[in-house]
Design a protein around this ligand. Sequence first.
Ligand code: ZN
Length: 199
Amino acid sequence: MAEAPGDIERLIELMARLPGLGPRSARRAVLVMLKKRGAVMAPLAQAMAEVAATARDCARCGNITSADLCDICRDDRRATGELCVVEDVADLWALERAGVFRGRYHVLGGVLSALDSVGPDELRIPRLAERVREERISEVILALNATVDGQTTAHYIADVLAPSGVQVTSLAQGVPIGGELDYLDDGTIGAALRARRRF
Ligand code: ZN
């Protein structure tokens, strides 16, 4: 016999799919929510339903937002002319948390991968070239993974952008970047950005 009724078991199973939550912690979290239904569970359920209904990709940069354009794309105080290219929204959030970059972003949605059959059209690479032209970008900063796929992607992007004459730079090497940005402290991210070099 199950420890909890079917629908509660189902909730535990769903929670257990989240990173950092195995079956045991999922069970514990659900139990806390059940005990604090009014203070925790109901507001959480409502917030999740609202975000699930409105969340989408920013039409310009690929960040997650609840409007057509994300807060960063709509912020007039952001330095125009500088575009930081990241693999994933997690990287964008890490850079924002560090508070060191004042330009705007372009989220690729992954990296090129022959193994997983990810080509340029599966990523936001064609859109990047359009943005460089349309927004009169002067510098594209590549903040991609130091992995083989990350670097292949960086070189591909540099080739695609070469005819536009835009300056392409890359975060300083020696620190894990890209998908690892989220694990770096803010000072390290800032140092990698300041020490960026021509790609
Ligand atoms: Zn945006």
